[in-house]
Design a protein around this ligand. Structure first.
Ligand code: NI
Length: 164
């Protein structure tokens, strides 16, 4: 296999990072919110699954040479609209991990030309496929820190925008 412009192991490892972060947490701890407008650990996981779904869509849009702007998504209404805090953390993690695996198989099929493809994000910036995947990995790290704060009983305040 030729050298890819993204680190697939690091990409796949985000699943283990999240699984370790929530390991041993009771159902009560998984669903605890510092305030009604703050995310629980479960809601952070649901947000990461949402982001994974959106990024998976963006990856395919870029590969298809779509000229449409890559969509943004409104993180809080997505979490609230699907009643994410009623979800089971294990179910969310399973979907998150399955998408990683499915995408990693796609990455390994791509040619150097595919990796050069770009899209236009909702802000009008040109973004490359590899930049999107690097940003995905970085985004998980941001929310791992948030999960650590929530586990300490601190505010789960989230960053202003998750959209690339
Ligand atoms: Ni985010």
């Amino acid at each position: 296999m030729s050298q890819l412009p993204v680190n697939i192991e690091q990409y796949l490892h985000t699943y283990e990072q999240l699984a370790q972060a929530v390991e041993g947490l009771t159902d009560e701890a998984l669903k605890w919110k510092a305030a009604p407008n703050q995310w629980s650990v479960t809601e952070v996981l649901a947000h990461l699954a949402d982001h994974n779904i959106v990024v998976s869509f963006r990856i395919r849009e870029i590969l298809s040479r779509s000229e449409a702007r890559l969509p943004a998504f409104n993180q809080d209404p997505w979490v609230n609209g699907q009643r994410a805090n009623e979800e089971d953390a294990a179910d969310i993690l399973n979907v998150f991990g399955a998408l990683l695996h499915y995408n990693s198989l796609l990455f390994q099929r791509l040619s150097p030309d595919d990796w050069e493809k770009t899209g236009v994000n909702w802000k009008g910036d040109i973004v490359s496929l590899s930049a999107i995947i690097h940003a995905f990995i970085a985004h998980v790290q941001t929310h791992l820190a948030q999960i650590a704060r929530i586990k300490q009983g601190e505010s789960g305040s989230h960053h202003s925008s998750c959209a690339l």
